[in-house]
Design a protein around this ligand. Structure first.
Ligand code: TRH
Length: 366
């Protein structure tokens, strides 16, 4: 099928990160995607396999499918084919020129099936997700008045749309374990941790804790906001200043980022997509949730920790890491956190992945 996927970059990299993973998974299953993005610049490092072919445009062909990124404001022409599915990511609303074009295309071919129109929502473990997944939302105005948009919610339970889990991931995970490149039981203390975060108040405390039981604890610090915060925290730790074993990692491709997570004992991740990748990596992790002005991130974090069956120390660590508690960080209990992450991954592997569920839903609605 041909898919139009729409993505507006609000800030950070999660919107594009999720849309690229979704597009790549669909392309691997034989689909073609027009990925509309208002700022595709991060694809240079996130998806270097996409070849730039002009301003805001890049192309990625697999043996089965294709992704073509398009600038947000560039209208389609009469030679362009109508698509089978429209996905607006995170309620970004479709550009007017696209709706006008679709109206003309429909007038030209009145008997053609209407595209299935979905709003792909943010990931949350809160209970409203089970209730809201697959609900219709009638379009009340504009050229598409009368059409239905469907809510599609990723999530952690069987009643949700699941998580993006590309083809081959379970086999890759299993073979890493058989080959022994992936530790089944954790070390007593972390020796290598990745850090991808915003500006957690407790960063300095975490850096002290991580090196509590080893003076060679190594941080792999992802680029951007977290790296600046880490640099500032380093200045405050005199005995940490000259530690050549810490690494400031340049922006990685998503594939290499996933490998980084798999190679660490403890992963500090943030936002949405890197949380999912930490779950697939099956290593102990701490999540820095995207903070919202209205405090909505508090209940969202607690719902996730409940779903995770987080041991007490991991829960308290999360609350402090996310500025939701003033209690000092508890010690890192790597074996317990690792076991918790493994159990969560095993539960998720029983769930049907997001793209398979999406394909099933589209088939029902067409
Ligand atoms: O960048 P984020 O903080 O994105 C956030 C969240 O998605 C949040 O829900 C959303 O509302 C906000 O953006 C606007 O974190 P996230 O979701 O993990 O996205 C980062 C992406 O960048 C992810 O796809 C992984 C990728 N990445 C790389 O490919 N290479 C790298 O080196 C790094 C550090 C990240």
């Amino acid at each position: 099928m041909l898919w139009d996927i729409f993505c507006r970059v609000i800030d950070n990299h999660g919107d594009l990160g999720v849309c690229w993973r979704l597009s790549a998974d669909l392309a691997a299953r034989g689909h073609s995607i027009r990925l509309w993005v208002d700022d595709a610049s991060a694809l240079v490092w996130m998806a270097p396999q996409a070849t730039p072919i002009g301003e805001g445009r890049a192309q990625f062909n697999t043996s089965t499918g294709q992704i073509l990124t398009r600038p947000w404001h560039e209208a389609l022409g009469s030679q362009d084919l109508p698509s089978d599915v429209w996905i607006e990511a995170f309620g970004c609303d479709l550009p007017h020129h696209f709706l006008d074009w679709a109206q003309l295309a429909q007038a030209d071919a009145p008997l053609a099936p209407e595209p299935v129109w979905l709003n792909l929502e943010y990931l949350s473990a809160e209970s409203y997700v089970d209730r809201s997944h697959k609900l219709p939302s009638p379009v009340m105005s504009g050229p598409m008045k009368g059409r239905i948009k469907w809510f599609f919610y990723p999530g952690f339970t069987k009643k949700t749309g699941g998580l993006i889990r590309e083809l081959g991931l379970p086999e890759k995970t299993a073979s890493n374990e058989t080959l022994g490149s992936d530790q089944v039981t954790a070390k007593a203390f972390p020796q290598k941790s990745s850090l991808f975060c915003y500006e957690p108040e407790a960063l300095l405390e975490a850096m002290q804790l991580a090196s509590l039981n080893t003076d060679r604890h190594e941080w792999q610090v992802a680029h951007g906001r977290g790296a600046l915060a880490f640099q500032q925290a380093l200045q405050l730790l005199p005995d940490c200043v000259d530690q050549p074993h810490h690494q400031f990692v340049p922006p990685l491709s998503q594939t290499n980022f996933d490998q980084l997570l798999a190679s660490c004992d403890l992963n500090f991740v943030r936002g949405e997509d890197s949380l999912v990748r930490a779950l697939w990596a099956g290593k102990a992790f701490v999540w820095h949730i995207y903070p919202q002005d209205d405090g909505a991130h508090g209940p969202k974090l607690n719902a996730f920790l409940d779903w995770l069956n987080a041991p007490d120390s991991l829960r308290r660590f999360h609350l402090r890491w996310n500025g939701l508690s003033l209690e000092p960080l508890p010690e890192i209990d790597l074996p317990a956190w690792h076991a918790c992450a493994r159990a969560a991954r095993a539960r998720l592997m029983q769930q049907t992945d997001l793209v398979s569920q999406l394909l099933q839903f589209v088939a029902e609605k067409r």
